[in-house]
Design a protein around this ligand. Structure first.
Ligand code: PXL
Length: 282
């Protein structure tokens, strides 16, 4: 018998292709050494070429998953990903308060990754649900981690440079989260990827290399999940985001082609630094 590890809960959608959503979160939690638990919100039908559709899980089943793991196993940190509908968002927010997640609850940090669409541009959120993310979820978040498209949808700020990145962080913080991370990875033309983490008082610039790869499926989920894992292990937000950024950089550098479209980022390196044993895949 060994010691019980820290626990992390992801409240998110399933990606049948295994590279994003719940599947990315679980493999990241595992690679970062925490026990992963899930509240599935929706099941997508997708492969590397795109999302063919999704079905949401009945709202009472989503909240029951949250309550059931929290009451028995405990949650050291949680994250939200694809939440699909305003009804699910409202129920997740209320249940987060009830089980002690995020600012409205008592103790466990809550990372909100406001997933709106896949990399192919396929919607993962019903249109009326954006407002519920703003009003129900953001005020409860310890940290929000939108990509630049989600920043624009949520705040109207178009991030094109360092100044607008700061404006975006301020606009996100006005919606109520304790911290906002504005990622710079998608700023075209820059050889570096400078992310901005702010709580309104502290502005921390996180600088890293930008890897040119087409295979970045699940990148946002993997970063948010790694930060959640490090928060579960007891790091503060600044340290957890720095550790998460170091983790995702390597996952992007080691992403792989799979199928005919966008392949996933990969946490394999963390488990088998010398290369995965066994015969090559093809
Ligand atoms: O990467 C965002 C994301 C989150 N959750 C699910 C997804 C995707 C992207 O495709 O499918 C279920």
């Amino acid at each position: 018998m060994t010691e019980t590890p820290r626990t992390a809960l992801t409240i998110a959608g399933s990606d049948s292709g295994g590279g994003a959503g719940i599947q990315a979160d679980l493999r990241t939690f595992f690679a970062c050494g925490v026990h992963g638990m899930t509240a599935v919100t929706a099941v997508t039908v997708q492969n590397s070429l795109g999302v063919h559709g999704f079905t949401e899980i009945p709202v009472e089943v989503v909240t029951a998953q949250m309550r059931t793991v929290a009451s028995d196993m405990g949650v050291d940190a949680a994250k939200t990903g694809m939440l699909a509908t305003a009804e699910i968002i409202r129920a997740v927010a209320a249940t987060a308060d009830e089980i002690g997640l995020g600012a409205g609850g008592e103790s466990a940090p809550l990372v909100v990754d406001p997933v709106a669409a896949s990399m192919h541009g396929d919607a993962l959120l019903r249109e009326e649900a954006l407002e519920a993310i703003r009003t129900e979820l953001f005020p409860r978040a310890t940290l929000v981690t939108p990509n630049l498209d989600e920043v624009r949808l949520l705040t109207g700020v178009e991030v094109t440079d360092a100044d607008s990145q700061r404006d975006a962080a301020d606009a996100l913080l006005e919606l109520g989260p304790r911290w906002a991370l504005v990622k710079g990875g998608h700023l075209d033309g820059s050889p570096r990827c400078v992310d901005l983490l702010s709580d309104g008082t502290h502005r921390i610039e996180l600088d890293g290399p930008r890897h040119d790869t087409a295979h970045t499926h699940g990148g946002g989920d993997t970063l948010a999940a790694a930060v959640t894992a490090f928060l579960a292990k007891g790091l503060g937000v600044g340290d957890a985001v720095s550790a998460g950024k170091a983790f995702i950089e390597r996952c992007v550098a080691e992403s792989y082609p799979l199928g005919g479209g966008i392949g996933p980022v990969s946490p394999f390196w963390r488990l088998a630094p010398e290369g995965t044993p066994g015969p090559p895949a093809s």
